[in-house]
Design a protein around this ligand. Structure first.
Ligand code: ASP
Length: 333
């Protein structure tokens, strides 16, 4: 018995503590509750998140880089109409789809981003191309599209991004806009109609490869009814995406607050300079956003394979995979 207890204490704890994650993803945060998600839709989300994790894991397992794993996982979600990225991107006030994405490599802190693009099928690949094939970090609008074309990335007619779900969301928000002209969110002077569609379906991924290198990426259509060339946090390095040698982070939520708090970089700095664990460092970024009146979530993975997925919304589509290929997917609190 003594021997058994000894064994349990030593090896039992070790086995538990050694669970090492190699990838974490998100598919957006928001008012996602069991009550407003049908069992069929829930199944679709779970299956897509699982597929994204499996694609990312396959890259890691085959010895590919964390950048490849991040791109592979994000592409699965960009190609699905379920998420507010790529195919399922939300509409601007003018009825257009303007997409943003970014990617960052931890080891050398190289980064790439595109903003406000309308014809690039997979913005995450364009962000990667900006990082790998240009001397710049961020390209926007027609220039970014010209560059993507030169890089032989897939270009689509803007109509490709039309989905009924996103179109209906815009109509709903616009109807609110007309009927609630005077109603302002007192905290931030944002009209309620700007945030009525409380579903941030942005996608993101963070991966850790066999060489111990971390990468993070994020892709989005932004926020429904966004105006005047608005760019959110997702393509902004340090706000929606960040990676260094210690940790990789991707966010989803009300972008303006992620920019104002430099959410991802601040969380990484809490780890680097205050020596906080990844869970505490990222939770504090979400708390800071909450205090200012914003909402959303972060996913993070550190160099030892520890994950964190804090959020202050009802739910966040999210999932993890371990170095042994065990996939876990979560939606609600
Ligand atoms: N963070 C994104 C933005 O503000 C929205 C989202 O997460 O869905 O553009």
């Amino acid at each position: 018995m003594k021997k058994f207890i000894f064994h349990l204490l030593v090896f039992g704890t070790l086995t538990f503590a050694q669970k090492k994650y190699v990838m974490v993803i998100h598919g957006g945060a928001g008012t996602i509750t069991k009550a407003n998600l049908s069992p069929e839709k829930e199944k679709e989300y779970r299956e897509k998140l699982t597929e994204a994790l499996q694609k990312g894991y396959a890259e890691i397992k085959n010895g590919k880089s964390s950048l490849d794993a991040v791109s592979a996982a994000i592409m699965v979600m960009e190609d699905s109409p379920l998420f507010n990225a790529g195919k399922g991107a939300v509409f601007t006030n003018e009825g257009r789809n303007e997409l943003d994405a970014s990617i960052m490599n931890g080891k050398d802190q190289k980064a790439g981003a595109v903003a406000g693009v309308t014809t690039i099928k997979n913005p995450i690949l364009a962000a990667r191309a900006v990082m790998d094939k240009s001397e710049h970090v961020m390209m926007a609008g027609p220039g970014a599209e010209k560059f993507a074309k030169e890089q032989k990335l897939e270009i689509v007619d803007p109509k490709y991004f039309w989905t009924e779900k996103a179109w209906n969301s815009l109509q709903k928000v616009k109807a609110m806009e007309t009927s609630k002209k005077t109603s302002l969110n007192n905290k931030e002077q944002y009209p309620d109609y700007f945030i009525v569609d409380h579903k941030f379906g942005t996608v993101g991924a963070v991966a850790l490869d066999k060489n111990g290198n971390i990468a993070a990426g994020t892709s989005t259509g932004g926020m429904t009814n966004k105006k005047y060339g608005r760019i959110g946090d997702s393509p902004i390095i340090g706000a929606g995406t960040y990676a260094n040698e210690q940790v990789g982070i991707s966010g989803t939520g009300w972008g303006e607050f992620f920019i104002r708090t430099v959410a991802s970089k601040t969380a990484a700095d809490r780890m680097k300079y205050l020596h906080k664990p990844v869970t505490e460092a990222t939770q504090e970024s979400i708390d800071e956003i909450g205090k200012l009146g914003g909402n959303g979530g972060l996913i993070a993975l550190d160099k030892d394979g520890n994950v964190a997925m804090p959020f202050n919304t009802e739910g966040m589509y999210r999932g993890t995979v371990t170095d042994k290929g065990e996939v876990e997917v979560y939606i609600y609190k």
